[in-house]
Design a protein around this ligand. Sequence first.
Ligand SMILES: [Zn+2]
Length: 367
Amino acid sequence: MNGMTVSKENSILCFDAHLDISMNAMEWNRDQRWVVERIRESENGMHDKPDRRRNTVSFPALREGRIGLVVATQIARVVRPGGPLPGWHSQEQAWAHTRGQLEWYRTMVAAGEMKMITDGVSLRESLKLWSQPGGDHPICFLLSLEGADSLVSIKHLEKAHQSGLRAVGPAHYGEGVYANGTDSSGRLGNRGMELIRAMEDLGMILDVTHLNDDAFWHALDLYGGSVWASHNNCRSLVSHNRQLSDEMITELIRRQAVIGVAMDAWMLVPGWIRGTSDPVSRNVTLETFADHIDHICQLAGNSLHAGIGSDLDGGYGKEQSPHDLDTIADIQNIPAILNSRGYNEEDINNIMHRNFIRFLERHLQVS
Ligand SMILES: [Zn+2]
C-alpha cells in the first residue's frame, strides 16, 4: 500500500469525536483556515510548546480527509497555584476562557467555515452537506467540554447548554472541581453528582474519557442518559489508568456507547516516554491505531462500538503521532488497513462515521 493516495471521490466520510480546535486557535495562535504547512512555517523559531511546527490539523486538512463531522472542544482547567499542571486559578477565569473559545467557534460559523450541530435538524443538514461531492463544506461540529472545572455553577451549565454545549467530560487530569481525572482516584463528590444529574436533566452526553476508575463506575451507576468515550484507548494493549480496561469497555458496549480511539502515541504503544521516544523508532503507525480499534471490536463481537477520536493537535503533534500520518487527512488510509484485516465495507463505514452518527441520531432523536 506504500505510496497509495486516496482520491477525494473514493474517500469515506469521517467523524472525529475529539479535536481541541478552539484551543489551537486561541492558545497556540493557529489560524485553522490556513493549510497545515503554512501554520508550520508560521511557527519557525518558536519553542514555547513541544509541538510547534508539528501540527497536523486545520480546516483544509479536515476537508481533504473528508472529516466533515467532528466533536470540537472547549477546555480550561482550574489548578491550585504551584501545582504541577497548567490552568486557571479560579473557575471564573476558566469560564471566561471557554466563553472566548465559544466566541471563536461562533466567528468561524459566521464566516461559513464551521456549522454547529445542536439538534436532529442540524445533524441531518450536516449529513446532507457532506453527502454532496466536493470537499468545500463547513466543518460540522458538536460542542463538548473537556473537563467541567470552568462551570462555576449549575446555572453556568444551563447557560452553556443554551449556547450549544451537548457533551461534557467532567474530568481531565488530576483533581477536578467536579470529578478527579487521569492519574488520580475517588468517586464523585456532591458537586460531581449534582453536575451529572443536571446534565441528565438537560439531555446531555456524558463523556467518560479522563474519569478515574472510581469516578467512572460511580458516574455510570448514577447516569441514566447517553454515554460515550470520546478519546480513549485500550488498557489491555497499553497499561495506564488513562486507558479503558476490558471490563470498562464491556460495560460501555452494554450501554450502547461508542469509543473514539485516539492517535496520541503514548496511548498506542507501551513504554512511551514523552519528549524522548520517537514514532519511527517505536514503529507507531496507523496499524498500531487499528490494533486498538480491533480490540474494541473483538470485545463487542461486532464493529458497532469503535470509532475515531483522534485528539490530533491535542497538545502534541507529529512528534507523538503515528509516523505514517503527516496531516489529519491521512485518516483516509485507515479504511485500507481495516480492509486488509478482514473488515468489510459496512464495518469500515461503522468505524469511520456510522457509529457516532447513529449514536447522535438516537441521542438527538432524529426521526
Ligand atoms: Zn483529553
